[in-house]
Ligand binder design. Structure first.
Ligand SMILES: C[S@@+](CC[C@H](N)C(=O)[O-])C[C@H]1O[C@@H](n2cnc3c(N)ncnc32)[C@H](O)[C@@H]1O
Length: 624
């Protein structure tokens, strides 16, 4: 575990604006205010204080027509039904197939944190205001003094103005004072760094025993900042006797040590981003992501669930504009994984990023859907909910053990249209084919979920990034081959991973496009997320890879994730007896290129499939 991991930060920013930086301190302080206000209410009111506080708040909001008009009629926080009877938390997904149509309405359903905070501070924390004034008294007085000095320089006539004028002058003076203080602070900070300043002092790359260099962890942290500064303005700040690579090598060693990564993984992840952003990514992996839940529309509506949980003392908010079923939990008096609502299957504890592949898949009622790697069922149960328990979802997983929790979740969540099966995904479509849609939420290295599983930092080796993509490539071809291109409502395949590496994402998707010309990439319909890479470190991918989506902890405040959506254009390609061979013979150059880029070829592939099938049979006790 990295040294930083022990020093976790406070609650992460809410997920309201997916493109907003994850660590927006203003948001965090607003959330903190909200939490403090709720806590104060709890102390003051003995019974169900949080509910009362939010209800009061809602009523205030509902009565304040100016505010309501300014934002939205439906903004009353946590009061579930507004005065006009509109349903603030209604779950648009319940009773609707498509997740796009009601977006505009839903936007209005979101809380306005700013307003809520202001009001809650006033209503619940009257003392806080006094305190604030009190703590500021000194500066107000000083500002007053400055004012008198100014007065003496002015013609008295000017001071026959109103009290308002005087007040505004005081405010101006205070602002100026604060600005001066901020400037002084900045200058102070500049003094503390030894990067090139006016005297030409530069940061010098240290030399010596690596052990000594890494001994002082705060020194390592300072050096990371210094080297990042140099790399960001290399021309001006570099030591001319050192190359860029010298600085990068130092930085990688320091990052790996400071955050606790293997050198190998550190470099792999570092290479994904510009220098400063890479540090943000590593930092974000030290902070837990927000706790989020998904309302199970087979059992409840989000607004009802929210009200039930608020009544139990859970502080929550809608997850963001992009989901109609997600709630973000800020804090709770009760364990979120053991409430009566949880046990009754009203919600799934589910990471926000994990909603995305299912939203991209957009399963429809009455369809036949395959969830190829489904355990423990977070996505299967969401698929079933979107299908409203009609049609069928085939929930497959190669791990019998993991299927136990899948089955438990299916029962708890009231899913009735699922068929659970235990095959190696590569056996599809021989097991069953002709699906309307297939989700392949592939087994992966987990580099997107390091904040949850710090062991990834050390336990992933170079061979993992050969073996895992190889399996992913085999699985994606099976997923494509399992879909019926003639499906009247579907013909889609979604590929997702909770990894951020290119080998497991764009490389796999690009490989599928080359191996299966009967599919094309289409929009994921997710309206946020970064575009997939079309080229990476000298490798070029199909230009449509741009349509795939990347999600990052430091950008979106959710687990690192990747989503690609394919449309199958025809079944013809797979009708050929051994389509792999045909495609290889058709274009040997392409195959050579493919081997070079992917480190994967079909002969090896066949060998591996054979091997793993033999292993599987042996495991099942069948003699081979
Ligand atoms: C990322 S997890 C799936 C999470 C799941 N979709 C969910 O939302 O709860 C990947 C899954 O792939 C399964 N798996 C690994 N190799 C497989 C294979 N060859 N065929 C099918 N499933 C496989 C693992 O057992 C694991 O449950």
């Amino acid at each position: 575990m990295g040294r930083r991991a022990k020093n976790k930060q406070g609650p992460p920013a809410p997920l309201h604006d997916p493109e907003a930086p994850a660590f927006d301190s203003s948001k965090r302080s607003r959330t903190a205010k909200k939490l403090r206000a709720a806590a104060a209410a709890a102390a003051a009111a003995k019974d169900n204080k949080r509910k009362r506080a939010t209800t009061d708040q809602a009523e205030t909001t509902a009565q304040d027509t100016t505010k309501v008009n300014k934002k939205s009629k439906k903004q009353a926080p946590a009061k579930v039904v507004a005065k006009d009877g509109e349903d603030l938390w209604d779950n648009a997904e319940m009773g609707s197939d498509d997740n796009d149509d009601d977006d505009e309405d839903l936007l209005d359903d979101e809380f306005d944190m700013d307003e809520m905070d202001q009001d809650s501070d006033n209503a619940i924390f009257p003392k806080a205001d006094t305190d604030f004034l009190g703590s500021d008294d000194e500066s107000v007085e000083e500002a007053g003094e400055e004012d008198s000095e100014l007065d003496s320089d002015e013609d008295l006539d000017q001071f026959e103005g109103t009290l308002d004028e005087k007040k505004s002058r005081q405010i101006e003076a205070r602002k100026a004072k604060l600005a001066a203080m901020a400037q002084a602070e900045l200058e102070d900070a500049a003094l503390q760094t030894n990067i090139a300043d006016q005297d030409g002092e530069r940061f010098e790359l240290p030399e010596g025993e690596e052990e000594t260099l890494l001994a002082d962890i705060s020194g390592v942290n300072d050096r990371i900042k210094e080297v990042v500064s140099v790399l960001n303005d290399f021309k001006n700040l570099r030591d001319p006797s050192r190359s860029r690579q010298d600085y990068v090598d130092r930085l990688l060693k320091d990052i790996a040590h400071y955050y606790g990564y293997s050198d190998f993984l550190c470099e792999k992840l570092f290479n994904l981003f510009p220098v400063s952003e890479a540090i943000e990514f590593f930092e974000a992996n030290e902070v837990p992501r927000p706790v989020t839940i998904r309302a199970n529309t087979l059992r409840t509506r989000r607004r009802d669930l929210a009200q039930a949980l608020i009544n139990r003392g859970v502080n929550l908010d809608p997850i963001g504009k992009w989901s109609k079923v997600g709630l973000q939990i800020f804090d709770s008096n009760v364990p979120i994984g053991a409430t009566p609502e949880y046990l009754a299957g009203h919600y799934m504890l589910q990471a926000a990023s994990s909603f995305l592949p299912v939203m991209a898949l957009a399963p429809q009622p009455n369809e036949r859907v395959l969830d190829m790697a489904s355990a423990p069922g977070g996505k299967t149960t969401y698929i079933a909910a979107l299908q409203k328990n009609t049609g069928m979802v085939f929930a497959n997983d190669a791990s019998k053990d993991r299927l136990k929790s899948l089955v438990a979740n299916i029962h708890r969540m009231g899913v009735k249209n699922a068929v659970v099966c235990n095959y190696d995904g590569r056996e599809f479509p021989k097991v069953l084919g002709g699906f309307d849609r297939v989700l392949l939420d592939a087994p992966c290295s987990g580099t997107g979920v390091i904040s949850k599983d710090q062991s990834v930092k050390l336990n992933k080796t170079e061979s993992d990034f050969i073996d895992i993509p190889r399996l992913q490539k085999e699985l994606i071809l099976s997923a494509i081959d399992s879909v019926d291109a003639k499906s009247k409502t579907g013909g889609f395949i979604v590929y997702s991973t909770c990894s951020v590496t290119v080998e497991e994402n764009e490389s796999v998707v690009d490989y599928a496009l080359r191996k299966r010309p009967n599919v094309k990439l289409v929009s994921t319909t997710l309206d946020f997320g970064r575009e997939g890479f079309v080229s990476y470190r000298g490798k070029n991918f199909h230009p449509t890879l741009k349509m795939t989506r990347r999600f990052y902890p430091h950008v979106h405040n959710m687990d690192g994730f990747y989503v690609a959506k394919f449309k199958k254009l025809s079944n013809k390609f797979e009708d050929k007896k051994d389509d792999k061979e045909v495609s290889d013979n058709e274009d040997e150059d392409e195959q050579a290129e493919s081997e070079e880029e992917t480190g994967f070829n079909d002969e090896e592939d066949q060998e591996l499939i054979k091997e793993s099938k033999t292993k599987l049979l042996k495991k099942k006790g069948i003699k081979v």
